[in-house]
Design a protein around this ligand. Structure first.
Ligand code: 5AD
Ligand code: SF4
Length: 476
């Protein structure tokens, strides 16, 4: 059975959900015609870009149902938290935020509060919400996203809590409405789920099996985006290099990337995330030879020690990883490299951590995303024992940042006086007189200019640098 047949949501299910969207719209329009203010919706997103992309679908459905987008949760009539389960911190924040809404709900029983996403896909969390957060109206997991219209309708009708945490391998559904953020850049999911089962990671348990969208659906979406003025897209998946494998097809991620490049109007293409074991020579070749593919690669190493990598079930050695990086650098000397690192994985010693520092020094990443290991119940690593104390882990973490900050600054400093092409995304959040955009390598550049440059590719001379951003002047 092909990937599409196995995972595709039946057309009648999609049609039913679309009918319910129209029914809710009618309820909202009737309320407006009676003089009530139009209801507003707010979706708060935690975690990775996949969640951002899911939230764009949620907001797309809500807007189609006749809700306006609220500017924040304070003026919303419906609030949905799209949660992340990768680390405990994000989970605690959600519970805290939900607790804070209790008082508001008691004053305004019409307020609808929903919680969805990876955290809710785990039974223990969904049960905790049911037991301790009785003011929550709607709980649904990642696999229930496409059933959101019927779930919301049930809440509107019954006014009793509705919970849907179905356990499946996951589904694919096309043609759902999407409400994207403003600006010239867009996310496009190419595949969902993960089959890698790294021993620390909850993702394969809450996001289901790897499943690829049809190439035709992806290309059609990219063409639509181009016709709407989008200039840069990021192809998304937990492990994009597995694209097509579930379909048993020879058409792989490198082929897809090369076809996406052919879409007129799209000037830049990025992708993430790649697993080091799956990055192929063919992909490196497509990246290097195609001008539209940004010279940026996010290649999570997680740790530098071979025993730790084995225990993490990463399926590559430090040497194999460094070899891949060497190939990438040989093909694209100017490439921006980024990575994810976990400090304090169970059993990691101080000596083993030194191998991670060694990788940093050898690769010289532009930026790293580093995390202290967080125990995730239900994963194999959750049963492994620690060697380092919390304090020692924190020391390692600080040392990692110290080493990396210096490298990040040096790599940025090497760009001083260079003229780079920047895609202007909008005004800087901290200074409304300053525009902000990204280089081909994905580095943030702040520069002065007027609104006419937003959405445009602008040549900018780099005049100063910081550890995490560049400062420049438009030359045209
Ligand atoms: N603890 C800490 N970091 C984690 N990550 C995934 N699971 C955990 C965990 N249990 C990190 C990995 C991954 C990134 C998205 O989050 O580095 O690449
Ligand atoms: Fe988690 Fe590993 Fe899959 Fe990434 S590849 S989502 S770290 S299991």
């Amino acid at each position: 059975m092909s990937g599409r047949e196995k995972f595709a949501l039946p057309p009648e299910v999609i049609a039913e959900q679309k009918r319910i969207i129209a029914d809710i719209r009618l309820i909202n329009e009737q309320s407006c015609s009676k003089g009530h203010a139009r209801k507003k919706a707010f979706v708060e997103t935690y975690g990775c870009q996949q969640n951002v992309s899911d939230s764009e679908i949620l907001m797309g459905m809500l807007v189609s149902m006749g809700y306006d987008e609220a500017s924040g949760k304070d003026d919303a009539d419906i609030i949905i938290y799209n949660t992340c389960a990768v680390r405990e911190n994000a989970e605690l924040k959600v519970f805290g935020n939900l607790g804070a809404l209790k008082h508001r709900k008691s004053k305004n029983p019409d307020l609808i509060i929903g919680v969805c996403g990876c955290m809710m896909q785990q039974k223990a969390n969904a049960d905790e919400i049911r037991r301790k957060y009785k003011h929550v109206d709607l709980v649904f997991g990642t696999h229930s996203l496409y059933y959101f219209p019927s779930l919301l309708m049930e809440v509107l009708k019954s006014r009793t809590p509705v919970i849907d945490v179905r356990q499946t391998d996951g589904a694919i559904a096309e043609d759902y409405p999407v409400r994207r953020g403003e600006g010239p850049c867009a996310w496009v999911s190419v595949m969902y789920g993960c089959n890698n089962f790294c021993s620390y990671c909850i993702v394969p348990y809450v996001r289901g099996r790897e499943r690829s969208r049809d190439k035709e659906a992806i290309i059609a979406e990219v063409k639509t985006l181009a016709s709407e003025g989008c200039k840069e897209i990021t192809l998304l998946g937990q492990n994009v290099n597995s694209y097509g494998k579930d379909k048993g097809s020879d058409y792989d991620f490198a082929d897809l990337l090369s076809d996406v490049c052919k879409v007129d109007g799209i000037e830049r293409i990025r992708f993430m995330t790649s697993h080091p074991k799956d990055i192929s020579d063919k992909l490196i070749e497509v990246m290097a030879s195609n001008k539209k593919v940004c010279k940026q690669l996010h290649l999570p190493v997680q740790a530098g020690n071979n025993r730790v990598l084995r225990s993490m079930n990463r399926r590559y050695t430090k040497e194999e990883y460094l070899e891949k990086i060497a190939k990438v650098k040989a093909a694209m000397p100017d490439i921006t490299l980024t990575t994810d690192i976990i400090v304090g994985f169970p059993g990691e010693t101080k000596e083993e951590f030194e191998d991670t520092i060694d990788v940093l020094k050898k690769v010289r990443y532009d930026t790293i995303f580093s995390f202290i290991y967080s125990r995730r119940p239900g994963t194999p690593a959750a049963k492994m024992e620690d060697v380092l104390t919390d304090e020692q882990k924190k020391e390692c973490f600080n040392r990692l940042l110290e080493v990396q900050d210096k490298i990040s600054y040096e790599k940025n400093a090497a760009l001083k006086d260079r003229e780079l092409t920047v895609l202007t995304e909008g005004y800087s959040k901290t200074d409304s007189a300053v525009l902000t955009g990204r280089t081909d390598g994905g580095k943030i550049v702040n520069f002065k200019g007027d609104a006419s440059l937003i959405g445009e590719l602008v040549r900018v001379k780099i005049t100063d640098v910081r550890t995490w951003s560049l400062i420049g002047e438009a030359t045209e």
